[in-house]
Design a protein around this ligand. Structure first.
Ligand code: NAP
Length: 273
């Protein structure tokens, strides 16, 4: 009987110190009895393709890619899944036949899984998406597929405008400026900026928060349920709050599925973490 090959996976990003991915993947590995290694690699900003090339040319079977390399990973891929083509960004790479590299994006499906779990996913909802970087791009096709009306706000207005134009063919989406925010009564606010890392303040009008709004922060702080954005929402009376851990676990589970053909039991991992 042929034994399954021990597989090697890594997550590549910068910064990477905060990542929980190695822990999550070791829980998946235990749960499914698929032995594999999973390490975190901090990549200097201009070194992405060198590092990922040498990983796949030596031990690598699959990789996750995080901030700020998802668009580079898209260009690096030889073959793309439909999800990756739609988002033009890649968070999961897999070595496939003939040493080719397949690029996928599991952020959107992971995010929808988590919204469903939390009961935040309503039909015909108004959604305010704050941020227009790689994470926002990764989510847009999924949230637009649910018939939602999306308003996108970003510090750099032009970037929000560009993203709205790019995804308008998939549903209702419009860019908004700071002055427009006070007129928006969204049922769901998704915070997808990295201001956290920049140590600057994110300034938003308090009128965005009302009792029935759900607030989802893609960021998370290790060993904490909350984040500065969620603290701000809570102080203003929001009651439905969630950080990005759920999305992190769910997108990781769909990467694991791509690599190993098994979807781990996501609920069990929530309990264990
Ligand atoms: P990115 O591509 O670098 O984009 C950064 C975004 O944050 C841009 O919209 C940028 O606005 C904005 N921003 C940065 N500093 C800001 C500040 N001081 N004030 C206001 N806006 C600011 O990063 P990303 O990949 O989109 O990631 C965004 C966040 O999502 C990160 O915290 C990341 O960890 C998180 N994330 C979580 C998951 C998960 O599974 N939970 C998955 C993906 C990402 P400008 O355009 O004006 O620069």
């Amino acid at each position: 009987m042929e034994l399954d090959k021990f597989k090697h996976f890594s997550v590549f990003g910068n910064p990477i110190e905060h990542t929980l991915s190695p822990k999550i993947h070791s829980l998946f590995s235990k749960q499914t009895n698929i032995p594999c290694s999973y390490t975190a690699v901090k990549v200097p900003l201009n070194e992405f393709s060198n590092r990922i090339n040498s990983f796949f040319n030596t031990i690598g079977d699959g990789a996750n890619v995080t901030l700020p390399f998802k668009e580079e990973a898209y260009c690096f891929s030889d073959i793309l899944t439909n999800r990756a083509k739609l988002t033009k960004s890649v968070n999961t790479l897999k070595k496939v036949k003939d040493e080719k590299i397949l690029g996928d994006n599991t952020d959107g499906i992971g995010f929808l899984y988590d919204l469903n779990r939390l009961g935040f996913l309503k039909k015909n909802n108004k959604i305010l998406l704050i941020g227009a970087g790689g994470a926002a791009r990764g989510l847009l096709p999924s949230i637009l597929s649910k018939n939602n009306e999306v308003f996108i706000y970003n510090r750099t207005y032009e970037r929000a405008k560009k993203l709205a134009e790019e995804f308008r063919y998939l549903g209702k989406i419009q860019e908004v400026g700071y002055k427009d925010l006070s007129a928006i009564k969204a049922g769901l606010i998704i915070h997808a900026t990295s201001y956290f890392f920049s140590k600057e303040k994110l300034i938003l009008p308090s009128s965005l928060i009302h009792q029935n709004v759900s607030c989802y922060d893609l960021s998370y702080v290790k060993n904490s349920q909350t984040t500065p954005f969620l603290n701000w929402c809570k102080k203003l009376g929001a009651m439905n709050l969630a950080n990005g851990i759920g999305m992190l676990i769910s997108q990781a589970a769909y990467s694991f599925l791509l690599w190993n053909n098994i979807l781990p039991d996501i609920e069990k991992i929530f309990a264990e973490l």
